[in-house]
Design a protein around this ligand. Structure first.
Ligand SMILES: [Zn+2]
Ligand SMILES: [Zn+2]
Length: 94
């Protein structure tokens, strides 16, 4: 039983790659990468877990002002001295 096994050349490290382990990275150029190079090239999937910045609820005791912001700083007095984290509850809506 003859299986056609043409070694594929990794265009990054120029090493011959088992077709089963090669990644087609460029369909038009017919470029293949070995798995090792492919992984090296894809650090993004780890970094993709980016911290999403969530606005927090704050309450400035000095201004008696509740606001949502990324940074703990009152937009009125631009100070963080009197800030506390506030949770908006149903009571606030009434
Ligand atoms: Zn390679
Ligand atoms: Zn304030």
């Amino acid at each position: 039983m003859a299986i056609l096994r043409v070694p594929i050349q990794c265009y990054r490290c120029n090493g011959s790659v088992n077709p089963g382990a090669a990644m087609l990275v460029d369909q038009k150029m017919k470029r293949y990468q070995c798995y090792a190079c492919y992984q090296k090239q894809q650090p993004r999937w780890r970094m993709g877990k980016e911290e999403t910045k969530v606005k927090e609820n704050y309450f400035c005791g000095r201004c008696k002002y509740k606001f949502k912001a990324l940074a703990p700083r009152c937009p009125y007095c631009s100070s963080s001295d009197h800030l506390s984290r506030a949770e908006f509850s149903m009571d606030d809506l009434l």
